[in-house]
Ligand binder design. Structure first.
Ligand code: ACM
Length: 271
């Protein structure tokens, strides 16, 4: 199975420009699964709720889901992409990720752990962690950026059967890429972290954000199969073995899931 990332610097507010860049970048690649950064179509640093409203779309039903679905059908691949969502039924905005495949819309995930000023603009994700099955039978899960800081995110996805964690990010802290080696190892899952590069500073009320790149693919033993640089804009594809994520046994005595002792974890689940 071939999986890929497109690491680039989205232009803030320029949905059409960012969509065209993705369409162009993916037009020649052969892959089964592609992951794009968090908020890839809008950019990251919002300066007002009006901007959030202008740049958010319904999922499905909006332009970005439609264009990505067409691309997924053309390229015969599944695409996971971060984007701002507007839910008219709730009149709420979410930092979301859409999953589309050759047959169209497959699902969406709304970020559960919001980072820093995202809390000003978005509602807390209410949809739970998402796992969907590809036509090949491979199960993929989705979490977004800061979700990595909570090991419960990757664990929840793994317990729900995800073999590959698709992880759109806009990382500004330097820790995540190394931490994801452990998230992969402790859950025996493949992880694909698709980060962005470049800088954003929208106005003087907001500090400059420098995104850390280093998009990567990690195998079930925590080995880095692919890692891009901190600055390059690039498409990259690597071969992974999704069957390796079905084996949760370490040896005849130890099993990653069955050896857990939840009766001793009660402080994690306050009433
Ligand atoms: C982040 O969650 N975008 C750091």
């Amino acid at each position: 199975m071939r999986v890929g990332v497109f690491q680039f610097a989205p232009v803030f507010g320029a949905i059409e420009t960012n969509l065209k860049r993705v369409e162009e970048a993916l037009s020649q690649v052969e892959a089964d699964l592609f992951v794009l950064p968090e908020l890839f179509n809008s950019g990251y640093q919002f300066a007002s709720q009006e901007e959030v409203a202008q740049l958010s779309e319904e999922i499905p039903g909006g332009l970005t889901t439609e264009r990505l679905s067409r691309l997924a059908a053309d390229r015969k691949m599944v695409i996971v992409a971060g984007m701002p969502e507007y839910d008219p039924a709730q009149d709420k905005y979410y930092n979301a990720a859409v999953v589309v495949g050759p047959n169209g819309y497959m699902g969406k995930y709304r970020k559960i752990h919001l980072y820093y000023k995202e809390n000003l603009w978005f509602s807390l994700g209410d949809s739970g962690f998402l796992v969907v099955e590809m036509a090949s039978g491979v199960r993929i899960g989705v979490m977004i950026c800061f979700d990595w800081f909570f090991p419960e995110s990757a664990r929840s996805l793994a317990l729900q059967g995800a073999q590959i964690i698709c992880h759109p990010t806009n990382l500004v802290l330097p820790y995540c890429q190394q931490a994801m080696l452990t998230r992969s190892l402790e859950n025996a899952v493949i992880s694909i972290t698709a980060n962005r590069v470049g800088k954003e500073q929208r106005d003087k009320d907001n500090e400059e954000l420098a995104f850390t790149g280093q998009s990567q693919v990690v195998d079930v033993q925590g080995r880095v199969l692919l890692r891009l640089s901190e600055t390059e804009e690039r498409v990259a594809v690597v071969e992974v073995d999704p069957a390796s994520a079905l084996e949760k046994k370490l040896n005849v005595y130890n099993h990653l899931f069955n050896n857990r002792r939840p009766e001793h974890y009660r402080s994690m689940f306050p009433k």
